[in-house]
Design a protein around this ligand. Structure first.
Ligand code: PHE
Length: 460
């Protein structure tokens, strides 16, 4: 079937390790600094309900489709789609799915690595003093000082990219799988440990209320759009990460089952992250927030006041590092897999060269917070860090949903029915539901989200 005859691919040692690695890709900064906050702000348990429904009808079918393209195509995203195009005698234009994915990954990793560098910087401060027993104001200023210091940011960005290259250069089993096997259990252990520790705070109840208060009135169209938009980023969909992981998966594994496990892990971890963070925030009378501000300004202000703040901080930033690291390697892998298969480069060579390219691009983000900063207004919101905001908007609001739509359409309309049935090996009923969802529901719903995000605010 292969258009390009590829040498035998490495495979995961077990289905469980595939789930670990894919959950590692999914669980990242998005789960920790975004989900708990949007959940708290947008109707609590009612939001979870909407989120789960939108995941079930939109994200789950696309996740199954994306893993399927990888496993059927048996190659990096560009060649995998190419192989399927040949198999289905479809237009070569569909390869855009692969190319766009590689491009999206390049951009996402370039800023993700700078942000992960901030985690290293704060880890350093937590470990070697400078985070606990200081005035609250001073703790709040640490972040501003950091982003005003491009040289320091560059140092941590370089170290983080080095860590990613190290893992990916070692290949699937000895690299990605090993990292997932070590880092995911460590992450879970730290996360649940911190949550149990946080239960002793009186504000745990307040945090619980903030997150779970069931308020259906808050469920409006913009909230649903937020839920669907977030689902793509948090589940790593639409850019070939899940696809390339799928290409290392055994033929006998049930794609429905593994996808459900990944989604459960991603959602549970995001909720628990909120139960770790918000008790502290409320206990110290701080305001809940989201994004970098929550992790690098609000939390350090809490660490500064609490007893054992340095230890808590060190554990928390280690946890965050595990989450960011396993996500980042999944963003690097599709591009490295492509380079090794396209140019017959060794893994080490491909990982180092691509890593270098992304590192270079990351410099734009480093300077976007200081020397090259400019502000602009986008959809009514003031953006103050120029390129960083542009990269983030371009990828999470446009390219990932667009990639998702194309993947759904390709899997639903272009692939041969026999090929799909063989890959999915589902009962007839389930198969028909899945096909209906990827053919109609997911592409239409995601298109609405895409247009809503881009166009509606213009008319506000
Ligand atoms: N899912 C990761 C997160 O939540 C980010 C990511 C996006 C990883 C796209 C891979 C691909 O932070």
């Amino acid at each position: 079937m292969s258009q390009i005859q590829l040498k035998k691919r490495e495979h995961w040692s077990s289905t469980l390790l595939f789930v670990f690695a894919t959950a590692g890709s999914a669980v990242g900064l998005g789960n920790i600094w975004k989900f708990p906050y949007i959940m708290g702000e947008n109707g609590g348990a009612a939001f979870v309900l909407v989120y789960l429904i939108s995941i079930l009808v939109i994200a789950l079918p696309i996740m199954i489709a994306e893993i399927m393209l990888g496993r059927r195509g048996q190659a990096n995203p560009v060649s995998a789609v190419g192989n399927l195009v040949a198999e289905s005698k479809a237009s070569g234009l569909w390869r855009i799915i692969g190319w766009m994915g590689l491009f999206t990954g390049l951009i996402i990793l370039s800023y993700y690595s700078v942000v992960a560098g901030w985690i290293l910087a704060f880890e350093w401060r937590a470990l070697f003093g400078g985070l606990a027993n200081i005035p609250v104001d001073e703790a709040g200023q640490k972040f501003d000082l950091l982003i005003a210091a491009p040289k320091e940011m560059l140092l941590w960005h370089s170290i983080f990219m080095g860590l990613c290259v190290l893992v990916v250069a070692r290949g699937v089993k000895r690299g990605i799988e090993l990292a997932a096997k070590l880092l995911m259990p460590a992450l879970l252990f730290m996360l649940f440990g911190l949550m149990i520790y946080g239960m002793k705070y009186a504000a745990f109840d307040q945090a619980w209320q903030f997150m779970f208060d069931f308020d259906l009135n808050k469920i409006t169209l913009p909230v649903v759009v937020t839920a669907v938009g977030h689902a793509f980023f948090t589940l790593s969909l639409g850019m070939g990460a899940v696809m390339v992981y799928g290409s290392y998966l055994n033929k006998s594994t049930s794609l429905l089952q593994v996808s459900i496990w990944v989604i459960i892990a991603d959602t549970v971890i995001a909720i628990v992250a909120g139960l770790v963070i918000f008790p502290l925030v409320f206990q110290m009378n701080l305001e809940p927030a989201q994004g970098p501000g929550l992790i690098f300004v609000t939390l350090p202000q809490a660490f500064a006041q609490m007893s054992g703040g340095a230890v808590w901080g060190a554990i928390f930033f280690t946890l965050l590092l595990c989450a960011a690291w396993t996500s980042a390697i999944s963003i690097l892998e599709p591009i490295v897999a492509w380079a090794t298969e396209r140019f017959a480069w060794s893994r080490v060579k491909a990982a180092v060269l691509i890593g270098l390219l992304i590192w270079l691009l990351g410099i734009v983000t480093v300077f976007s917070f200081n020397d090259w900063a400019f502000s602009f207004e986008f959809l009514g919101a003031q953006k103050n860090s120029g390129w960083f905001d542009i990269f983030d908007l371009l990828t999470s609001s446009i390219l990932l949903p667009l990639g998702g739509i194309l993947i759904a359409l390709f899997a639903g309309w272009v692939m041969k029915d026999s090929a799909r049935r063989e890959e999915l090996a589902m009962s007839d009923g389930l198969y028909c539901i899945w096909r209906f969802l990827v053919r109609y529901v997911s592409p239409i719903a995601v298109s609405i989200v895409l247009f809503y995000q881009l166009l509606v605010p213009l008319f506000d």
